[in-house]
Design a binder for this molecule. Structure first.
Ligand code: ADP
Length: 452
């Protein structure tokens, strides 16, 4: 059991690649933290720095209050499970799990107890005498987990442990690892590029891009309050729809205009827009984000929300069983644009609707938007301009830089003001002193009539 603090950690590889920049994260004991992001964003590098397999270029790694930067990997009390589970093919499952402990010269009886306990937890008791080649992929990955469990580490690090498994096994192992985390009540740090794994397993998710943390939050918060366009697009499938838009109207009646559409935003939504005056009627662009499930084609919604409707033409309907996806384009496109090419980039939005939807291909429909759940980002900074618990909890790096600059300017102004006040005060005191000197003088000399 352990808490970790990654304090302004940087990694620059000797080749000059800056893989991780200013990574700061406080991980509580027993958390299940997931690092997620596209390939090359620095997830594995961060994990490897925690394990001690990669040197930390700058910043501190603190585990349970102790600085770990220079501690050898074997002394960090951390176990790591890799994507490539690399079992010893000539050893039985039992020996594979016992091997690390034997190297540490642990007494045989204790090794036996630990291996058997791990096998029990992982459902491997009947496979202990098998060699890896006689196991399925999932069972092999369980043995790899077993090898980590027997060490009873303070922290488990898992680097894409399910990538080599097929979809069904991956789903099964996902739940097994979640159960294992509850059972062991130990800190887990898990790396994946798969947002479904991140959403389903993490107690908190760290979204990374280009070596920078983009947002840290609980899965649902991340989904409901993405802090920037990248997080909004990365978390959720199909991904969020984005439209370039502007805000018009008055403070009490704000419209969002996009793709020839003009919808009035509900007051409750408008109230959450930060610095509305920067955008209202200024032409400053925003990005309007709508999750596929926030489009509605069901009659009840469309009737109840006449102000939230857009008219689209449905190009493709995908029936997925539990739901249907509508691939739509805005209906006021020229009719002649239709069906010219199958590969054109004309799909402008994807709506996820009820599986009982009767909307069919090549029809024009009114889609209602659940406007209260939509998202707004500044087009230039790509940061959310909505207040929300999630966005408040998160401070993106660009915002940090901006805040630092602002703080610097404010400090400069404060210092100038202080200097001015001090000078004024000094002048006042000097004047007072001069006056006093003049008042005291008459005791010896006659008083002067004139003031300075
Ligand atoms: P991820 O795990 O998110 O896919 P990595 O942490 O493996 O990303 O890599 C982050 C960046 O660092 C990438 O640009 C990658 O090419 C680079 N990188 C990773 N390992 C090395 C290395 N040993 N030497 C130089 N660059 C590396």
């Amino acid at each position: 059991m352990a808490g970790l603090l990654l304090d302004h950690i940087y990694k620059v590889y000797p080749s000059g690649v800056q893989a991780v920049t200013d990574f700061t994260l406080d991980i509580q004991d027993k958390e299940f933290i997931v690092f997620v992001g596209p390939s090359g964003c620095g997830k594995s590098t961060t994990l490897r720095m925690i394990a001690g397999l990669e040197e930390i270029s700058d910043g501190d790694l603190i585990i349970d209050g102790i600085k770990m930067n220079l501690i050898q990997p074997k002394d960090r009390d951390i176990a790591m499970v890799f994507q490539n589970y690399a079992l010893y093919p000539h050893m039985t499952v039992y020996d594979n799990m016992a091997f690390g402990l034997k190297l540490r010269k642990m007494p045989k009886a204790e090794i036996d107890a630990r291996v058997k306990e791990a096998a029990r937890i992982l459902g491997l008791e009947t496979y202990l005498q098998r060699k890896p080649k006689a196991l399925s992929g999932g069972q092999r990955q369980r043995v790899a987990l077993g090898r980590a469990i027997v060490r009873e580490p303070k922290v488990f690090l898992l680097d894409e442990p399910l990538s080599n498994l097929d979809a069904k096994l991956r789903a099964q192992m996902r739940t097994e690892i979640t159960k294992l985390h509850h059972r062991l009540a130990t800190t887990f740090i898990y790396v994946t590029h798969d947002q479904v794994e991140a959403m389903t397993m993490g107690t908190r998710i760290v979204v990374m891009k280009d070596g920078f943390i983009q947002q840290v939050d609980a899965p649902q918060k991340l989904y409901d309050y993405p802090a920037n366009v990248f997080v909004a697009g990365f978390i959720g499938t199909p991904r969020m729809n984005f439209f370039d838009a502007t805000l018009t109207g008055t403070k009490s009646k704000v419209y969002i205009e996009f793709e020839g559409q003009k919808l009035e935003l509900p007051k409750a939504k408008v109230d959450t827009i930060i610095n509305l005056e920067d955008y209202l009627n200024t032409g400053k662009q925003v990005v309007f984000g709508v999750r596929p499930e926030d489009f509605h084609d069901e009659e009840s919604f469309v009737k109840a929300n006449p102000k939230s409707l857009i008219n689209v033409r449905v190009d493709v309907v995908e029936k997925l069983g539990s739901e249907s996806l509508l691939y739509c384009v805005f209906a006021d496109l020229n009719e002649s644009d239709q069906i010219e090419s199958l590969v054109e980039e004309r799909v402008q939005l994807i709506a996820k609707v009820d599986n009982r939807s009767t909307t069919s291909i090549n029809t024009k429909v009114d889609l209602g938007i659940d406007l209260i759940h939509t998202h707004l980002f500044d087009k230039e900074t790509e940061l959310s301009i909505l207040e929300g618990e999630g966005t408040k909890a998160y401070v993106p790096v660009v915002e940090l830089e901006r805040q630092a600059k602002r703080a610097e300017e404010e400090a400069k102004k404060a210092a100038e003001l202080e200097a001015k006040l001090a000078a004024k005060q000094a002048a006042k005191e000097a004047k007072l002193a001069a006056k006093q000197a003049k008042v005291e003088q008459p005791k010896e000399e006659p008083a002067e009539k004139t003031e300075e």
